[in-house]
Design a protein around this ligand. Structure first.
Ligand code: PMP
Length: 480
């Protein structure tokens, strides 16, 4: 007779073969399980009654890392969303012009996206990349066909951070160089490498641990790092990259990572020609161009990709946020010779999760069928005109910038008197005033003094007009 599997696997005398000790033999020497686990960790379930906004927010605050940021003096706990509207636990409704950080691209609870996700959930909810699934295969093809230039390979992961981390390593592997150019005021994510790439001390939890990252000046015309004015500046901030490479690197670089509009940095929008010149210089020194489309992708700027405004084709692109209307998925796209440079094993357990991929495919369907890129361009124009009017009206508005449905409003002490000191206090007050009136917007910028206005791409004209009216009233309240 064959031995049982237990006999075969466990050597004689090992713990597995040992006879179980009867519980009674342990006497009173009970482990203090009740005290340390059951009692202390008993959960109070808010979901057993209809909780208030304050209860949900307080519970989150109690148990989340203290560093987990929330907006507003009293955080808004969201219970429901539909289209461009959301509702909190107290029943207050808000026009959502931030979309969970530019992520809800085709509206909350979009029926087509939800139906696609649910249908996939019923088939199979997880496979890992070891077993290709249909939605991942379709999404990979779709994204490379949509991407500009010769990009023809895709890799999926779960967040913008992970995508940028992958892209940076890919640039190093392909070029054989280590040093990377990133931008001041940029945001790349929250991993150690992504934090090191990020050009903002506020988001660096630990001192820079990853060597070889050089931060070029941002194309920040409103606060030109050289005190110059476009176009007579001849785009000095791009030209300076050559000096940066020659003086601070070994003379060859792996690449540059750049956002077409610096999102977290406060929607800093480069002047025409900046990206082309910056990329040309980096290529001259052996580097590749990584375009971070995490915020600007999927029609946000009135074109499919932020880089489409520049007439450039990246070597590597990263994308997340708007890709699947909020389902967690990100992608790195690259040309074959670059993708081939990664020769070690490469697994992302959750990368290309079939539910998230099905949601992404449905999101792309909605963007295409409902012509939402055109809507972003058209409504972005209406939004921009309204914000420009606010700039004429209120001295606290220093600059209005952005593209499509990605518009930033930088607040200063007094633009009309020439005082451009950043005004984060006014920015916080505008956030509270707009909240009171039922509008959600975001905040950004190195000094936290930029309003970020970025509704879902499905937004209608009357909603843009309502948002502008609320902003107008909020600025009036600030000055009264
Ligand atoms: N890149 C950019 C341009 C971003 O705005 C962000 C997130 N704000 C990231 C990367 C990181 O994305 P995630 O939060 O999904 O890791």
């Amino acid at each position: 007779m064959l031995p049982s599997s237990r006999d075969r696997l466990a050597p004689p005398g090992s713990a597995v073969n040992a006879r179980p000790v009867p519980l009674a033999a342990l006497g009173n020497a009970r482990p203090p399980l009740d005290e340390c686990c059951t009692v202390r960790k008993r959960q109070t379930l808010l979901s057993e009654h209809h909780p208030t906004n304050a209860e949900v927010a307080a519970k989150f605050k109690q148990f989340a890392f203290p560093s987990t940021a929330t907006y507003y003096a009293q955080a808004i706990a969201l219970e429901r969303g539909r289209g461009t509207w959301v509702r909190d636990f107290d029943g207050n409704t808000y026009l959502d012009f931030f979309g969970g950080i530019l992520t809800v691209s085709v509206g909350h609870a979009n029926e087509k996206v939800n139906a696609a996700a649910y249908a996939q959930m019923q088939r199979i909810g997880h496979t890992s990349t070891l077993y290709p699934n249909l939605p991942i295969a379709e999404l990979a093809e779709r994204l490379v066909r949509l991407a500009p230039g010769k990009i023809d390979k895709a890799f999926f992961c779960s967040s913008g951070t992970e995508a940028n981390e992958t892209a940076a390593m890919l640039a190093q592997l392909h070029s054989g160089q280590q040093e990377l150019i990133a931008l001041r005021h940029s945001y790349s994510g929250r991993s150690m490498l992504a934090q090191a790439l990020t050009g903002n001390a506020k988001y660096r939890a630990v001192p820079t641990q990853v060597p070889g990252i050089k931060h070029a000046h941002a194309p920040y015309c409103y606060r030109c790092p050289f005190g110059l004015t476009y176009p007579s500046c001849e785009i000095k901030c791009a030209q300076d990259i050559e000096d940066l490479i020659q003086t601070t690197t070994a003379g060859q670089v792996a690449g540059i990572i750049a956002e077409p509009i610096l999102g977290v940095g406060g929607f800093i929008t480069p002047p025409a020609g900046w990206m082309k010149l910056a990329v040309e210089i980096v290529k001259k020194y052996g580097g590749v161009f990584i375009c971070d489309e995490v915020q600007t992708g999927f029609g946000r700027t009135g074109k499919m990709w932020g880089v489409d405004h520049e007439g450039l084709a990246p070597d590597v692109m990263t994308m997340a946020k708007g890709i699947a209307n909020g389902y967690p998925i990100s992608a790195v796209l690259a040309r074959t010779p670059i993708a081939e440079a990664w020769t070690s094993g490469n697994i992302a357990t959750f990368g290309g999760n079939p539910i998230a991929c099905a949601a992404a495919n449905a999101t792309l369907d909605v963007i295409e069928e409902d012509k939402l890129v055109d809507n972003a361009a058209a409504l972005g124009k209406v939004l921009r005109e309204g914000l420009d009017e606010l700039k004429q009206k209120y001295a606290v508005v220093g600059d209005v910038r952005g593209r499509g449905l990605m518009q930033g409003v930088e607040l200063v002490v007094d633009e009309k008197a020439g005082d451009r000191t950043p005004n984060p206090e006014a920015t916080l007050r505008i956030l509270e005033e707009t909240r009171k009136r039922g509008l959600l917007i975001g905040r950004g910028g190195l000094h936290g003094n930029v309003l970020r206005v970025a509704p879902s791409l499905i937004v209608g004209r009357s909603e843009v007009e309502s948002a502008l009216k609320i902003l107008d009233e909020s600025f009036a309240a600030l000055t009264s």
